[in-house]
Design a protein around this ligand. Sequence first.
Ligand code: CU
Length: 125
Amino acid sequence: MKTELISLVLVLLALVGTPTGVILYDNAARPANEITLVAHRPLDGNWSQREIRVKRGQTVRLRLTSEDVTHGFYVPDLGIDAGPISPGKFKTVEFTPERTGSFRFYCNILCSHEHGGMIGQIIVE
Ligand SMILES: [Cu+2]
């Protein structure tokens, strides 16, 4: 009887504790500032966001993906070059801006004749 009670308590602890631990761990691992940026050819609307506002000193995680062809993501003044972003795949870039200002981002992989229009800016406040 006592063994059964102990088993029951252990099962309950596992049932409640596991999801709680997973949620706590997931939140701890995820920076406060996660932004998903979708690339598509300029005629279809360009980047999903052409202006990204972040805070100085706060770590930003960018999740980059493409809807059509392979694109690039390049922010020379922040030292970011994500390399090729394949359609349907995600690439993650993390950075912590140390100074305020406005930083241009570009597509740096020739994607279409509208390639030159694939620009935007990261504003660090
Ligand atoms: Cu391009």
